[in-house]
Design a protein around this ligand. Structure first.
Ligand code: FAD
Length: 317
C-alpha cells in the first residue's frame, strides 16, 4: 500500500521507523534483529531505509602516497527494502537521492523498485560531499529534490527519459523532506517553505520532517506550510537523545536547536541521559498526538529500543 493510503485509512496516529543499511560487508541479520524487536511491539505501516551516496575519501597507500577513492559506505538500500517486504510484509520506503545518481540511473533504480512491487519513495537531494561529489559522469543530473520528484511524476505518467512506444506508467507515492527549523542552506524559513511547496507542486504526496526537540517549532512550521498552500500530510520526525554527545553532534549535523530544559537536564545528570531523552520524547509524542498529527516517524538508526520505550508509554502498547 502507498504511504498516503496508510494515513487515509488510519483511525489513530501511525508509528513509522527509519533505519540505515549496515556498513559495507555488514550482515543483514543485524537489521532483522532490530526489526524483529520492532515488529513484536508495534507493526509499523511502513519502514524507511536511507540511501547513502558515494563519498570521496583519502586513503594512504602502502608506499605512503595518498590516493582519493570513491566509496559507498552503506550500500544495499533497494535490496534491504525488498527483504523487508518479503520477510515482514511491511511496506518499505527507499530513499532516493539526486546526489550519486544521474537521471538515467535514477530511472533504472525506479524500474527495479517497480518490478519489486515497491511503490513508495522518499525523494531527496542528498548532502553535498564537497566539490568532487561523485555524480556519475556523462549523465544529466537532478539538482534539487523537486527535479527528482518531477522525474518520478513523469514516470507515473508513462514518460520515461527516452520516448518509448509502450512505456507502462509507474505508480509511485512520493514523500519529501521538510525542515521545521529550516534547511541549513536556506536564507530563512519562509523561503525554504516556498521551496518545499515547489516539491509538492512537482507531485510530492507527503512531507516527513527533520528531527526536532521543540514541538512549538513543528506546530509553527505546519501553520506556515498551510498558509503557503501546502495541503499534503506533514509527518513529524523524532529522534531520541540518548548520549551526552548528542547535545553537540545533533545540532552540528542536523542544524537544529536543543531546548535549554533538555540540555540542562542532561548536563546535570549525564549518566541518566537515555532516560531523560526517552521521557522528553514521550512528552513530545503525547503533545504531537494531541495536536492531531497523522503519525510519528522515528529515526532509529540501528537501535530501535529507545523508540520502543517511548511508544510503549505514549501509546500504551
Ligand atoms: P532540497 O529540497 O533540494 O533542498 C535543498 C536546499 O536547496 C534547501 O535549502 C532548499 O531551500 C534549496 N532549494 C530547493 N529548491 C531550490 C531551487 N529551485 N533553487 C534554489 N534553492 C533551492 N540524506 C541522505 O543522503 N540519505 C538519506 O536517506 C536521507 N534521508 C533523509 C530523510 C529525511 C526525512 C530528511 C529530513 C533528510 C534526509 N537526508 C538524507 C538529508 C538530506 O539529503 C539533506 O538534508 C539535504 O541537504 C537536502 O535534501 P532535500 O531533499 O531537503 O533538498
Amino acid at each position: 500500500m502507498k504511504v498516503t493510503e496508510h494515513y487515509d485509512r488510519a483511525s489513530e496516529p501511525l508509528i513509522s521507523f527509519e533505519i540505515i543499511p549496515p556498513k559495507r560487508g555488514g550482515s543483514i541479520k543485524t537489521v532483522f534483529d532490530a526489526l524483529d524487536k520492532v515488529v513484536s511491539t508495534v507493526k509499523p505501516p511502513f519502514i524507511d531505509v536511507t540511501y547513502h551516496a558515494p563519498e570521496v575519501q583519502v586513503e594512504e597507500q602502502s608506499d605512503g602516497t595518498l590516493k582519493k577513492v570513491v566509496r559507498r559506505k552503506r550500500p544495499g538500500t533497494i535490496g534491504l527494502c525488498a527483504a523487508i517486504l518479503h520477510r515482514y510484509g511491511i511496506d518499505p520506503v527507499p530513499h532516493l537521492l539526486c546526489g550519486g545518481f544521474s537521471r538515467e540511473s535514477a530511472e533504472d533504480a525506479l524500474i527495479e523498485l517497480n518490478y519489486l512491487g515497491i511503490h513508495n519513495v522518499l525523494a531527496l537531494r542528498g548532502d553535498d560531499h564537497g566539490s568532487e561529489a561523485p555524480y556519475p559522469v556523462g549523465g544529466s543530473k537532478n539538482r534539487y529534490a523537486s527535479d527528482l520528484v518531477a522525474q518520478i511524476q513523469d514516470m507515473n505518467q508513462g514518460n520515461y527519459l527516452e520516448k518509448l512506444a509502450h512505456a507502462e506508467p509507474t505508480d509511485f507515492c512520493v514523500g519529501v523532506a521538510g525542515y521545521p527549523e529550516k534547511h541549513f542552506e536556506a536564507p530563512n524559513l519562509d523561503w525554504d517553505i516556498k521551496k518545499l511547496k515547489e516539491k509538492v507542486d512537482a507531485g510530492a504526496h507527503y512531507v516527513v520532517t527533520q528531527m526536532f526537540f521543540d514541538n512549538s517549532r513543528f506546530f509553527d512550521f505546519v501553520e506556515r506550510c498551510r498558509d503557503q498552500g501546502i495541503t499534503v500530510p506533514i509527518i513529524p520526525g523524532l529522534k531520541i537523545l540518548t548520549t551526552p554527545n548528542h547535545l553537540s553532534s545533533l545540532p552540528k549535523f542536523f542544524h537544529l536547536n536543543i531546548p535549554d530544559a533538555l540540555a540542562n537536564s542532561v548536563e546535570k545528570d549525564p549518566k541518566n541521559t537515555k532516560s531523560i531523552g526517552i521521557e522528553w520524547a514521550q512528552k513530545q509524542c503525547l503533545e504531537l498526538m494531541e495536536g492531531g498529527v497523522p503519525g510519528i516517524h522515528f529515526y532509529v538508526m540501528g537501535d530501535p529500543q529507545p523508540a520502543l520505550d517511548v511508544i510503549r508509554f505514549a501509546t500504551k502498547k
